[in-house]
Design a protein around this ligand. Structure first.
Ligand code: ISL
Length: 527
């Protein structure tokens, strides 16, 4: 037998996203923090994941809850300080876990000293670090671009008589990646964290970072209707996915690889990229000049919950990957609706099996492992700036950012005081401690799935072959040269006759699997 190269952790492993504001408060301000995360690491270890990705922890006025960074190499005081960060990183590494930080290169906060300097005068040495333009010839914004959070992408600055560009809030001015000094400064930011020992980055809105030269108007989207976000009135043809951004992604990768080679510990880049398959796949780069290791694949978040749709989605995605491209799957995030709210608890168990048995690196979002579902945020507690700016179309992100319920004590053990967002209403019964003691819980299902995945190389690294199955069932095989596993997912709430053979390894339902049948809402792995 020839020795196989050991696959890197980011191919085998599972990533767990922590939203720091909502994981664990340790200092009684109702907001989570780094010391809190450190305190709860046993949960992460018991779950059985391999890496933690932390949403932004840098100094921030919190207009977009950390995605508005005022200092790329500091720690937000609300979360702790650099010493607390170093302690957390050491504790994570001591448990054999990896840590990925969130790099937000497209925009900073308007309170970042770079922007304060940039806006101070037209002749500021940092003027060109951001994107400043004169008004259109007849007056008004330089072009028709619309911010992702609604309204024009251009903000007027009366003091210097120009507009600046912002793809998100006006308090999140876009950085100018065509400026070599800005680029060098940002590369130093990555070095700063790599030098401290972080294992990689999730890169925020990577496909946004360069805009078309000349800033042409974006084309109108004929499919737009008032029920969707204002952003979608236009197709973001010239404001996103520019060829020059790929070159920058390749630079990020070269830096990550430099650190990997130097330390013998591979550093990983995940790009946040929403694009159709053909354009999405380009973010892997080429074998000779790679870009990100994992361009985040959000299709499971966006799809309807239907076996035929999922089958096509998986086939099309797999077919779109370049030969060297390793797949990945995401089913929840701090931006997306909760999976259990979308498909219900029974199907959320099937979704867990899907996420953890598809070919590719899964990212699991905090709270999904206990099946947090619908949370209605009372109007006076809405905090999400996107929701506040475009109310009534159901895009609120707060409902996925509610605090982790740990136990049945006051405020669910998250905090000693009322948390910044409400808890899930069923927290007295849906929390980590209660589920830990319940063999039928979502938490124990997640742990079992993660254990099985670790035990079965075919699940971690094997090939995937979609298999024909009755309507309502999604079926695939995961195989390597030693083992063949069959995954059968009943996406409906009715039993479906299906003649499976072999040894059942794990079911999403309790009780013994029934020969000749997939029970209602049953996911089953058969060896
Ligand atoms: O384009 C989208 C989906 O098609 C949006 O969801 C968009 O990609 C998303 O809002 C970008 O999210 C990231 O950047 C934002 C921040 O508010 C989000 O929390 C972050 O995940 C701006 O930094």
């Amino acid at each position: 037998m020839t020795a196989r190269p050991v696959a890197p952790w980011w191919k085998r492993g599972v990533i767990y996203q922590i939203y720091p504001r909502s994981f664990q408060d340790s200092n009684g301000d109702g907001v989570g923090d780094l010391a809190g995360i450190e305190r709860r690491l046993d949960h992460v270890v018991a779950l059985g994941v391999d890496a933690i990705w932390l949403s932004p922890i840098f100094p921030s006025p919190m207009a977009d809850f950390g995605y508005d960074v005022a200092d790329y190499t500091g720690i937000e005081p609300m979360f702790g300080d650099l010493a607390a960060f170093d302690r957390l990183l050491a504790a994570i590494h001591a448990r054999g876990l990896k840590l990925l930080l969130d790099f937000v290169p497209n925009h900073s906060s308007d309170r970042h000293p770079w922007f304060i300097e940039s806006r101070s005068s037209r002749s500021s040495p940092k003027r060109d670090w951001y994107i400043w333009r004169d008004p259109a010839p007849g007056g008004g914004p330089p072009n028709n671009w619309i911010s992702d959070f609604g309204g024009s992408s251009w903000e007027w600055d009366a003091a210097t008589g120009q507009y600046y560009l912002h793809a998100f809030l006006a308090s999140q001015p876009d950085l100018n990646w065509r400026n070599p000094q800005l680029r060098a400064a940002m590369m130093r930011v990555l070095r700063f964290w790599f030098d401290r020992g972080v294992d990689g980055f999730r890169i925020d809105v990577l496909w946004h970072i360069v805009k078309a030269e000349g800033f042409p108007d974006n084309p109108v989207n004929p499919a737009w209707h008032p029920g969707i976000t204002e952003r979608d009135r236009l197709i973001q043809l010239h404001s996103t996915d520019q060829i020059e951004a790929h070159a920058i992604a390749a630079e990020f990768r070269a830096l990550a690889d430099e650190y990997g080679a130097k330390t013998g510990d591979e550093r990983v880049l995940i790009g946040e990229i929403f694009l159709p398959n053909d354009r999405h796949a380009r973010w892997y780069g080429t074998l000779e000049r790679p870009q990100v290791h994992l361009p985040f694949n959000f299709q499971l978040i966006e799809t309807g919950w239907d076996a035929a749709l999922l089958r096509r989605l998986i086939a099309d995605y797999e077919a779109s990957l370049p030969a060297h491209g390793w797949p990945n799957w995401v089913i929840g995030s701090h931006d997306a609706p909760r999976i259990a709210a979308r498909v219900g608890e029974a199907q959320a168990r099937v979704a867990a099996m899907l996420l953890l048995t598809l070919r590719g690196t899964p990212t699991l979002y905090q709270g999904d492992e206990i099946g947090i579902g619908e949370v209605v945020i009372p109007p006076d507690r809405v905090r999400d700036p996107q929701d506040l700016r475009q109310p009534g179309i159901g895009i609120g992100r707060d409902r996925s950012r509610t605090p982790m319920p740990w136990d049945t004590t006051r405020f669910a053990g998250f905090s000693a005081v009322e948390p910044w967002l409400p808890l899930n209403p069923d927290w007295p019964t849906r929390n980590v401690t209660v589920q830990d003691g319940d063999p039928g819980s979502m938490l124990l299902l997640y742990r079992a799935l993660l254990r099985l995945r670790r035990r079965e190389a075919a699940l971690e690294l094997g090939d995937i072959v979609l298999v024909d199955a009755p309507d309502g069932v999604l079926a695939y095989r995961r195989t390597d040269d030693r083992r063949q596993l069959l995954v059968l997912l009943n996406l409906t709430s009715q039993a479906i006759g299906l003649d499976w053979h072999g040894v059942p390894l794990l079911s999403t339902r309790d009780g013994a699997p029934v020969p000749g049948t997939l029970r209602a809402d049953e996911g089953l792995i058969v060896a």
